[in-house]
Design a protein around this ligand. Sequence first.
Ligand code: SF4
Length: 494
Amino acid sequence: MRIHLVNPSDVSFGVAVITPRWLYVLASATPREYGAPALIDETLEPFDLSTVSSGDVVGIGIHTANAHRGYQIGRLVRAKGAYVVFGGIHSTLFPDEAREHGAAHAVVKGDGDLVWGTVIAHCAAGRPQELYEGGQLAGRSFYGGRWELLPKDAYMFASVQTVRGCPKHCSFCSVWRTDGQQPRMRSADDVVEEIRDLRSRGFRFVVLADDNFYPVALNDLAMARRRSDPAALHELEGIRRERFELMERLADLPDDMVFMTQITMEAAEDTAFLDAMRKAHIKGALVGVESVTAEGLKAIYKDFNLAGDALVERLRIFRQHGVHVLGSFIFGLPTDTAETFDVTAAVAQAADVTFAQFVLLQPFPGTVDFERWERSQVDPPTIDNIPITRHWLLPESRRPKIYMPHPSLKPEEIRAYTQQVWDRFYSLPAIWKRARCVRSLKGRLAFMLISKLYRQMYANTGIATDSARHARANRMARWIARPCRRLFVSPVRA
Ligand code: SF4
């Protein structure tokens, strides 16, 4: 009986940017008596189904965007006599769907780290349960990854998690509902040990794949003080202290290491935190800017962000403290107008963000937005007999790009304007100008290459409507990805 763990994807680039951490964590959770699991990341190459035999266990982890491909794999391997087990955020939200569409014998809800061994044992005995509750584990129980199973020369950045959960409640995000609002932190010892292991395998660039690396803002502390709530204040101060302790440990790692993470914009008010990040080699952060207008932020319950000129100033603070920003912007909010696209592009340029992504507002299950939208669809339109409120059951090529009705813009306008903003931000002159953040010519050329790759992987393959453009972007990304990877790794250390 062999164990296979599959990260499904419709597109494969040969080389991927970030290691899919869950594959390596579940490999750690696989009892050694079953041998090393086969780890299949379809963002590298499609799954070779001939490797699956009757009685094998195939674990498939899905989020909403890759659920369709995951279900396809589930059906195919069940037909070969394998046990099919689904996990991941989407299965946690829709366990019955994984059985109906993905031919699942079993579904794991929540964190799989501790329950996975039991699932395999039940499959080995021929008696898998329909449902396993993995729950939300304490940070101290998280497993590290079995990184010795990494394929050679496949990934640019490693990934390590330091905290799960986010105390915020943005309406377009499911993290606070699926991972909880209580930050669950790993011990600094576990984090550092895992990073040292990855460093010894040649990884200099590591993504701290946290839901929110900055879970306690100064404003949260001030509010707890105002409420005269000593217990809450004590807890928040403890979380903050642990974050600083972790960063002190990261600061002791070799100077050529580079970490990237995700934080909220409020961190710009907390310059002590930013300075600690810089010392800890955390040189880049994805910051969810989302909207450049106050009305847009209010619409998505993110009014703790700033808008307009204040937003530009705040984003610049990150750079002033040595942290590069990947700004994430959302288009298609009900408050957006035709002008919003130009204004957003101008803000992204003016605010000195090093990279940017411009995503379309999508009703992802598990979010407040989705529930509101689903309720509003009394008799939802269908595509190939699938109601659009279950859009992820359609193949990628049949899915609409825009779902939410907009008061003033047509779906095609939103899509086309968004594509134009990507084109503008990633034009060669604009990238070259931003490349000045790197000193050497070689570094600047590397910056240009990675900017183009980022755009090919995330804009052209996601927003493009015609299949020819999609295929072209995919080929281009495969072509750029391999030389890009060499820029980020160093020789393996014994
Ligand atoms: S978008 Fe970010 S800040 Fe908002 S709930 Fe999700 S993880 Fe937290």
